[in-house]
Design a protein around this ligand. Structure first.
Ligand code: SF4
Ligand code: SF4
Length: 134
């Protein structure tokens, strides 16, 4: 399990630069920022996953769904990527996706493969935590 978690942390670090290269370009112009509290709340799988990393989190919301996400500060998201709800790493709004797809083909393909690998590793951690495949 320790090795799986190590690989997973590496996989989060590997996908982050490509995503952030594009959020830096696209998000400052955004008129409808997606980091509202509803999107920053953990679902059951997130909690299971994060607790298996031994980084305890709770699901308790402390503000309205449509208010700014509790983890957002003046520098952007305050959480390391592996501790964010997973949707924050796999969901890309259309302008962000367009920007990614317009990047160098090789970089985009490499990113898609890294994201696929991250999802696979995360499923492995979840399967290990629950004792069955997810
Ligand atoms: S990811 Fe998309 S919706 Fe969210 S802040 Fe950036 S541009 Fe806006
Ligand atoms: S956890 Fe971070 S990335 Fe996700 S909605 Fe909140 S501020 Fe945005």
């Amino acid at each position: 399990m320790e090795e799986l978690i190590y690989k997973l942390k590496e996989a989060f670090d590997e996908v982050a630069p490509f995503i952030e290269r594009h959020t830096r370009r696209v998000c400052p112009e955004c008129q409808k920022v997606c980091c509202i509290d509803r999107h920053g709340r953990y679902d059951d799988e997130d909690l299971l996953f994060i607790n298996s990393l031994e980084e305890q989190r709770t699901a308790l919301p402390d503000r309205a769904e449509t208010e700014q996400c509790r983890f957002l500060d003046e520098n952007g998201c305050s959480l390391p990527r592996r501790l964010r709800p997973f949707r924050c790493t796999w969901y890309f709004c259309p302008p962000l996706l367009d920007s990614m797809r317009a990047d160098r083909g090789r970089d985009y393909r490499e990113f898609v493969e890294r994201l696929r690998r991250l999802q696979e590793l995360r499923r492995g951690v979840l399967a290990h935590s629950t004792g069955h495949a997810i």
